[in-house]
Design a protein around this ligand. Structure first.
Ligand code: SF4
Length: 240
């Protein structure tokens, strides 16, 4: 690396060139996915930060800040995206602010224009597509990869979630906690004093928008409180 002399007589490194994201074939992603089954979450996050640099974002639901706590140790400037659907519980919005202050987050809040009608009442599928998925698409424009805190033991629909794979947009999606159990999450929260949405302790193990999230009886399926009474189990953010 060549150094240049500054007007003050010191030496300065040249400005960094553009960050180049390597192209990863589907075969390479499959190999990485198999390797990551045996890796710890911190190593997976380190690989993500090294590979994607500023072209990576973390999508946060703000149920807890475990993934954020792990990620900012490696990449303090990582862009964290929260989608404000306009339908969140006040406790979730308070958690967003608490987490932002605790970690000094590079937080990007995606907001949605006020809705003329309550689409979730008549067509929750289209509501999630327009409000959640559409906002995530906007947030990820120009990115090469993104991370989420999705875990396999959260729901049968997530039981086979990969740790790394290509998503429907063609971006690389990384789920560093995919093979964590809820007990591991609880231990990490206790050991690192990680912020948690207070609703978790009020009977809401999985927290989404207020109109589509119900309490769950102790010991019940954590996702059974989401879109209760309908066939819907996912909002579409995690389809791959
Ligand atoms: S969870 Fe409910 S309110 Fe939120 S975007 Fe989906 S349908 Fe709309």
């Amino acid at each position: 690396m060549s150094l240049t002399v500054t007007p003050e007589g010191g030496f300065a490194e040249p400005p960094p060139g553009p960050f180049e994201v390597p192209h990863l074939s589907d075969e390479e992603l499959a190999e990485l996915n198999a390797e990551f089954e045996l890796a710890d979450a911190q190593s997976i996050i380190e690989w993500s930060a090294r590979t994607f640099g500023p072209h990576m974002a973390l999508a946060a639901s703000m149920t807890d800040a475990v993934l954020i706590d792990l990620a900012v140790r490696v990449a303090p400037a990582l862009e964290v995206v929260f989608i404000d659907t306009g339908y969140h519980f006040p406790e979730t919005l308070e958690t967003v602010e608490m987490v932002r202050r605790r970690y000094g987050l590079n937080l990007r809040i995606m907001t949605v224009a006020p809705h003329a009608e309550e689409l979730w009442k008549v067509d929750p599928g289209n509501c999630c597509s327009a409000v959640k998925v559409g906002q995530l698409d906007r947030a990820l424009a120009g990115k090469a990869g993104w991370m989420s805190g999705l875990r396999r033991d959260e729901a049968p629909s997530r039981a086979t979630a990969p740790i790394v794979a290509r998503d429907l947009r063609g971006l690389v999606k990384v789920n560093p906690l995919a093979n964590w159990t809820s007990a591991q999450v609880d231990t990490y929260i206790a050991e690192h004093n990680v912020p948690v949405n207070p609703l978790v302790h009020q009977g809401y193990p999985s927290i989404g928008c207020m109109p589509c999230t119900q309490k769950v009886e102790p010991g019940g399926d954590p996702r059974s409180g989401r879109w209760t009474g309908s066939d819907k189990t996912e909002c579409g953010l995690h389809l791959s």
